[in-house]
Design a protein around this ligand. Sequence first.
Ligand SMILES: [Zn+2]
Ligand SMILES: [Zn+2]
Length: 156
Amino acid sequence: MNIETSQVLRRPRRFTGEEPATILELPRETQFQVIGDVRYALTAQRFDADMLVRGVLEVDVRGRCARCGECCNQTIRDGTFARSYPLSAANELIDLTADIREAILLALPMNFLCSEACRGLCVQCGANLNKAPCACGKPRQTIPWGMLDQLKLKRK
Ligand SMILES: [Zn+2]
Ligand SMILES: [Zn+2]
């Protein structure tokens, strides 16, 4: 994505559009699959010898949840993109592609989750606990109390 600096004045100017996902240069074997284009809604503004660009970057990805293993889509968002570019000529073409790529890559989660509240899989039976509680959890929780009752009965 390029901005022609002669188009940018002290009054903020908005640039919105899409860039192909190939600008991210993601290796094929990542845990994410990018769906569609990288969307940007940026505001460029001139400050003396610099051009400030701020705004929002978004891309949809499909990945496998690190807890439950289900495939899900998620929107990766950098809502605080901000970069300053020094201006050296009356008019020049400033390429933001590398900075957009960097910002999106930093916004990618280390642990891809279908939801923050994902309950994951039961370590005992492997059931997906988001769908229904499995039978393993309940008896285990009640065993200590049952044992205490038995101990009390034995003492009497
Ligand atoms: Zn999950
Ligand atoms: Zn279970």
